[in-house]
Ligand binder design. Structure first.
Ligand code: SF4
Length: 380
């Protein structure tokens, strides 16, 4: 494979180096830069999970995708690019999408030394992952189940028809086996749990399942009531705190735990919340990711070409890759009133402010532009 003129040697992804974390660039450059692009490459999926973030957009058939050459041309214009994420739907469900969009994107990223992540439900036959997986850095899965009965209820929740438990048994078993097999072959599998009042009760068991499935990392986020999950109960801060403590007690110390969209801040008036934030930073093999959405990432719809900031659902499309450069759009986004509203920054506390879903769900009455962790928390 020909090496790109901007090729950079990659470091190993680890708790010390998470290239998706918005923290590194903000610290080094004193500003946010576009380092990450996420592509929605399909709206097809074999499941209809109750936690699906794009649920309403899922389709049974879809039209022609934007030629991958245009996607790559737009990536080529971004000098600061470090990571690419590929999402859906289920990106692997259509062999055509794999061949015509995913494989070329992964090859391009590899030639340039760009880190890649693909979000999959991992329920398709193993052979469907084999042709291209060696070019991928992170295989991201969602795992929110105690057993096959939870899986059956959760992943077919929005199917619109009854699905036999036997189908769930096959898919649940396959997901676990695929994860073990791919991890054994050296793939970095990252399992994400979305905490709700229901799932948080079983966080310890879900953690041990993911360890047993060979996952190198367990990602933990709150489940926000949006899209298919819009009627879901939001986990309270007390329940969340309790789940974190239980997880830290029973965790496998060799498995990296990443807390994303964490709803606790070092400028909190609550001493316990500040203590928890500090504790997570001091625990080996545990990290708190500063959220890429709104800080270093744009999302491109692979069909319409629309460019959005994921999670900022109220912000209309900021442009379209048919006629806009992604860096120009990102610069425009940094001037947007919503970006400014949530781009607070406390260097000593290693905090870049809230994800908008966190702010809306828990801190509606906070003005983040007026808050500070100065004198409250110092992360060394
Ligand atoms: S960066 Fe924002 S959210 Fe974080 S501690 Fe400072 S003021 Fe609070």
């Amino acid at each position: 494979m020909e090496q790109h003129e901007n090729f950079r040697i990659k470091s190993r992804i680890s708790p010390q180096f998470d290239p998706w974390d918005a923290w590194h660039t903000r610290l080094a450059k004193g500003r946010y830069e576009l380092t990450s692009v996420e592509f929605t490459v399909t709206n097809l999926c074999n499941l209809r999970c109750e936690h699906c973030a794009v649920g309403e957009e899922l389709v049974e058939r879809e039209g022609a995708a934007i030629p991958v050459e245009l996607l790559i041309r737009r990536l080529d214009e971004i000098d600061t690019l470090q990571t690419i994420s590929i999402t859906g739907g289920e990106p692997i469900v259509s062999p055509k999408v794999v061949k015509e969009t995913i494989q070329p994107l992964l090859k391009y990223a590899k030639s340039r030394g760009i880190y890649t992540q693909l979000n999959s439900n991992l329920t398709l036959p193993l052979s469907r992952y084999e042709d291209w997986i060696e070019d991928l850095d992170v295989l991201h899965i969602s795992y929110n189940y105690r057993d096959v009965h939870d899986f059956h209820r959760i992943v077919f929740a929005k199917m619109g028809r009854e699905v036999d438990i036997k189908a769930a048994e096959t898919l649940f078993g396959r997901m676990k086996e695929n994860s073990r097999a791919l991890a054994k072959a050296g793939v970095f599998v990252s399992g994400e749990s979305l905490l709700s009042p229901f799932t948080s009760q079983f966080i310890d068991q879900m953690h041990h399942d993911l360890v047993e499935m060979g996952c190198a990392r367990h990602e933990v986020h709150p489940l926000y009531p949006s899209d298919f999950a819009r009627h879901a109960d939001l986990i309270s801060l007390e329940q969340y705190e309790e789940a974190i403590h239980r997880l830290l007690e029973v965790r496998d110390p060799n498995t990296w735990i990443l807390f994303g969209t964490l709803p606790f801040f070092p400028c909190s008036d609550d001493r316990q919340h500040r203590g928890l934030y500090t504790q997570l930073h001091e625990t080996p093999n545990v990290t708190v990711r500063q959220d890429p959405d709104g800080r270093n990432r744009l999302n491109v719809n692979g069909f319409t070409g629309d460019i959005i900031v994921t999670d900022f659902g109220d912000v209309p499309s900021l442009g379209n890759i048919h006629h806009d450069r992604l860096s120009d759009i990102f610069d425009r986004w940094l001037q947007h009133p919503l970006a400014k509203k949530y781009h607070c920054y406390c260097e000593q506390a290693k905090c870049t402010g809230p994800n908008i879903l966190v702010a809306n769900a828990y801190y509606n009455n906070w003005d983040f532009t007026k808050r500070s962790a100065e004198g409250l928390v110092k992360i060394v």
